[in-house]
Design a protein around this ligand. Sequence first.
Ligand code: BES
Ligand code: MN
Ligand code: ZN
Length: 494
Amino acid sequence: MQLSLKTIKDPAALRTGCLILPVTEGGALQGGAAVVDRACGLRLSKLIAAEHFSGAAGRTLLAHALPGLAAARVVLMGVGKSGALDAGGWRKSVSAALALSRSTGTVDAVLLIDGVQVKNREEAWLVRQAGTLAVTGSYRYVRTLSKPEPAARLVRLAVARSGKPSRTLAAVLAEGGAIGRGMNLARELGNTPPNICTPRHLAEQARALARRYPKLRCRVLDEKQMLALGMHSLLSVTAGAQEPARLIVLEYRGAAREEQPFALVGKGVTFDSGGISLKPGPGMDEMKFDMCGAASVLGTMQALAETGPKLNVVAVIAACENMPSGSATRPGDVVKSMAGITIEILNTDAEGRLILCDAITYVKRFKPRTIVDIATLTGACVVALGKHATGLFSNDDALAAELLAAGQDAHDRAWQMPLWDDYQEHLKSNFADVANIGGPNGGSVIAACFLSRFATGEKWAHLDIAGTAWDQGPAKGATGRPVGLLVRYLLAQA
Ligand code: BES
Ligand code: MN
Ligand code: ZN
């Protein structure tokens, strides 16, 4: 998708396959849209009246071959009551208008934003969102389909406005596009079946990114190297698998070498069967999405490489499978983590924390300014927050506030959960320093408490994306979250 920002004088003269015009509730056409309406002899307002077009956010109407216009078609895009359009409403409006444009088979479209106001958001925000939605809206999974639907032809979108040209807005639109492409990368990796998307495949993707972007560097550790580092906790998870595990280190350098990096740590379990604590059969295929934390880290790193902020970021991805076999870890086994803390594994299905704890310990050697881990960690988080909010846990209030704000900004929202000491006692073990599970309640908090023991002395946050990383049902597929949140957080640090 090619995105551009256009400053226009006469919208009626815009030569495009599809001109998208905002219409407020009650059918009012403003600014450039009113100019277009007059140029075609008020055909648009007549159509709006004849079709009882409400102009509610998400409603659209298509018109062809209007006299007096250079555009081949017009899509009327409802944007709701004047002054009442909120962030979600704008996303709905743009998505619907672009979907209708795409369905016409047009190759290019122009989205006019004159007069659109989103509550509590600036023009830059709505431009960035349009960029992201244009890119994510054109994603289709086709990799393993022998007869995929033909690809959408819409490949060029111009965001158009009257007034002065703005360099800032053009950059913001490009940033929105980069976020969208980062999300699409995360979605593609998440959707790719687990017999293809293995730990080695993830490592190859990271290497490919480093080859493509000069500011990225990649190093991949194999099991032997992890063993030498004492990552027995991580290795205990891969013990039952045939596929070898990988620890992927991807660095983005946008600032001076001596500047401390921000750290991202991703859970990359390419298939989580539960191990000896085997999961029930129904829906087990969805555990291919258990690497979506890792995928979001790769998508974020790509977006950074494309936008080039002046900061350093180090990403560590712990990638492995969790499988049952004769060599698999048993419930009751005790392993020593890289940090020296011994862990009694009471449930082999609580494996995410076992790989993340060693990855967090490892990333400390980069002296990071903050550490954010991203993981499809607990079913309990889905119970607590559903599919809308990512669970946020942190030992640092300022970091938590920044991540929450970044999530609001990207409309990729997180909700803070407690990380109180009161919960820590549930992790007591008679046979090791810590157990890998607590009781039946508060599962997402207890998982975060487990991780917190390995993040001592660091400004650390944990994002539980178990509910937000993929959609279920007929639209089953990875969402690309929380790439938007992460990119907005990191760009705000530059
Ligand atoms: N990957 C799962 C978490 C998960 C489950 C995410 C369902 C999304 C949907 C994780 O490894 C896991 O199995 N967690 C267990 C922890 C339990 C054994 C304490 C869970 O949530 O059931
Ligand atoms: Mn599990
Ligand atoms: Zn898992």
